[in-house]
Design a protein around this ligand. Structure first.
Ligand code: AMP
Ligand code: ZN
Ligand code: FE
Ligand code: FE
Length: 281
């Protein structure tokens, strides 16, 4: 079983990188990709844990992108984590995420919600990528909601008055930078309706022309018609099709291995990569 999309506490997952690897073993995975938002911080710990546990680890990143105020997520497998352009893009996104979170929290606190910059910061691991789920965690800790999902439904959604956007590169630029870093770009959950706006077929074509390698077709947020459509588009554009869980520990319902990727698809991804090696036991 191959699952190529999971988050740890290096971004907004609830388990440390080694804990995600342990959970992958329990779920029966043989291959796991760690794809934290805009960071490679968890790679070293996850790699050591995977070697110890005897499973394969694919180091990755979920790169935040934005096109006309709409967010697009790009999975980047096996890039060189020291590539200067990639490092610069990730650093800019991460620092913008911090000030953006402070602005959201300030707006929420002014409205009487039980959060503060300090209480939200306390939910973010040292060096981790800060995101809205950390505001949700602070609201859960304050007893205002029962879980992250309720916090998103009430106050944290993309259309909430408290929402503030953050810097993120255009997805074409991100595809180019990931390729330049020797990584393999695969667009994440392009037809997720839980997000503002979906990725159109035109954008998929544009990304393919820029060097996109694959489409994450099988994902919890895609219904069967969406999976069929994306599989057709991938065939037409000669892109790899993947399926993955988008695991966030206890932060989301998504379970490791609930969607999986075929070995042939992973072979194609690995063959295209020149930035980092797959970690094998
Ligand atoms: P941000 O990156 O700060 O814009 O926040 C988006 C993150 O929040 C994504 O990684 C999602 O996985 C997560 N997220 C979005 N909606 C929900 C939800 N309803 N419950 C839990 N997590 C969510
Ligand atoms: Zn996330
Ligand atoms: Fe995503
Ligand atoms: Fe994700």
């Amino acid at each position: 079983m191959i699952d190529l999309h999971a988050h740890s506490s290096a971004s907004d997952g609830t388990e440390p990188p080694a804990g995600v690897v342990d959970s992958a073993v329990v779920a029966g995975l043989s291959v796991l990709a760690l794809t934290d938002h805009d960071t490679t911080l968890g790679w070293a710990e996850a790699s050591d844990a995977a070697r110890a546990a005897g499973i394969t680890l694919v180091p990755g990143i979920e790169v935040s992108c934005s096109r006309r105020y709409r967010s697009v997520h790009l999975l980047a497998y096996l890039p060189d984590p020291a590539h200067p352009e990639l490092v610069a893009e990730l650093e800019e996104a991460r620092s913008s995420r911090e000030s953006r979170l402070d602005r959201m929290v300030t707006r929420m606190a002014a409205d009487g919600l039980p959060v503060s910059v300090e209480s939200v910061r306390a939910e973010v691991e040292e060096g981790a990528t800060a995101g809205r789920p950390h505001i949700a965690d602070a609201l859960v800790r304050a007893g205002a909601v029962a879980h992250r999902d309720e916090a998103f439904a009430r106050w944290l959604g993309d259309t909430s008055p408290y929402y503030v956007s953050h810097y993120a590169p255009d997805p074409v630029r991100a595809v180019e930078v990931v390729r330049a870093a020797g990584g393999v770009p695969v667009v994440a959950h392009p037809l997720s309706r839980t997000r503002t706006g979906v990725v159109t077929d035109d954008l998929l074509e544009e990304l393919a022309a820029a060097g996109l390698a694959g489409i994450e077709a099988r994902h919890r947020d895609h219904d069967p018609a969406a999976v069929r459509h994306l599989t057709d588009v991938a065939r037409r554009l000669d892109l790899v099709v993947t399926g993955s869980s988008d695991y966030h520990g206890q932060g989301k319902l998504n379970r490791l291995g609930e969607n999986t990727t075929d070995p042939e698809a992973l072979e194609r991804i690995e063959a295209l990569a020149t930035g980092t090696e797959v970690v094998r036991p």
